[in-house]
Write a protein that binds this ligand. Structure first.
Ligand code: SF4
Length: 303
């Protein structure tokens, strides 16, 4: 089957040769477990049952998960990673649910969406009792999202840029904004605004993340304007945690610093001016707290 799951639409027959993303038709899981660093309505008491997939079709110069996202099938499988399939994924869903996780949180799922859809069908057929979160960079084709229709309870996309040029510059992909903008419309049409349950946990709907980047507040303001078109109730995480990664040499000069307080303030002020009612604001000093190390057993623990 030819792959057109992301904005590249490279038409690769991945059972014969890897696509532009460097992935074949296997399903590769890097790491899974409860994660306590997500938004409060995803984390709750039990943590978000996060499954990090290996590889990614974007090459963001600021990717916090670059230890796993840059992987391709030409590289050796990392020590904790595994190759699996739909039944193996469904087994992981139930293991996370049994460990008390609040949801299944699929991180960078796009190239694997077909197998994920089958896994969710298996798991929901056996009464998986927690919501499934499709946690994506937003560079998803409409075809990819149609696989998730009726299966994803929650969409958690990024909207990184409001211009295709910034997508080329910082994530190395063509047509980022036009692809992500159409993808968000499709996600919103499928699930609507984010709804919380009686425990204030996310149950269904769309919540959008945006990371404010150094020297790019104008982009953040355009992103907020775009998101406001969904109405003042749109759920947004306006993130300030940008941290320059010294081990990624391609990082451009303007991105070799953390965010200035004034830059984040301007983005927050704009969200307030727009009357956005569900915009989550971060502490500006939190940028190092969020850096995972996938070479450690507990990738999110600071010691
Ligand atoms: S996920 Fe995107 S880059 Fe990877 S094979 Fe499919 S269309 Fe190509």
């Amino acid at each position: 089957m030819k792959c057109n799951l992301c904005g590249y639409r490279c038409n690769a027959e991945r059972s014969i040769r890897p696509g532009h993303c460097g992935l074949d038709d296997g399903v590769y899981v890097s790491f899974y477990g409860p994660h306590f660093g997500e938004e409060p309505f995803f984390t709750g008491r039990g943590g978000s049952g996060t499954i990090f997939f290996l590889g990614c079709n974007l090459r963001c110069v600021f990717c916090q998960n670059h230890q796993i996202s840059r992987w391709t099938v030409h590289d050796p499988l990392p020590p904790r990673a595994r190759k699996t399939g739909p039944q193996g994924l469904a087994d992981i869903f139930f293991e996370l649910a049994d460990r008390g996780c609040e949801n299944i949180n699929l991180v960078s799922p796009t190239p694997y969406v077909r197998e994920i859809a089958v896994a969710i069908e298996i798991a929901k057929g056996k009464s998986l009792g927690i919501p499934v979160v499709y946690n994506t960079h937003g560079y998803d084709s409409i075809e990819a999202l149609k696989f998730m229709q009726g299966l994803a309870d929650i969409y958690l996309p990024d909207l990184k840029y409001c211009s295709d040029e910034l997508g080329e510059k910082y994530s190395g992909v063509p047509h980022y904004y036009s692809t992500a903008s159409a993808a968000l419309d499709e996600m919103f049409a499928q699930v609507g605004h984010l709804k919380l349950d009686r425990r204030d946990m996310a149950a269904r709907g769309m919540s959008v993340r945006h990371l404010v980047l150094p020297d790019n507040v104008g982009n953040s303001i355009r992103v907020l304007d775009r998101l406001a078109a969904y109405g003042p109730e749109i759920s947004i995480s306006l993130m300030s945690q940008y941290h320059p990664l010294r081990d990624l040499p391609e990082i451009p000069p303007e991105m070799r610093r953390t965010l200035y307080r004034d830059e984040y303030r301007r983005a927050v002020d704009h969200a307030l001016e727009l009357g956005l009612e569900n915009c989550l604001i971060q502490e500006l000093d939190s940028h190092e707290e969020f850096l995972p190390d996938f070479n450690k057993k507990d990738s999110f623990r600071k010691d």
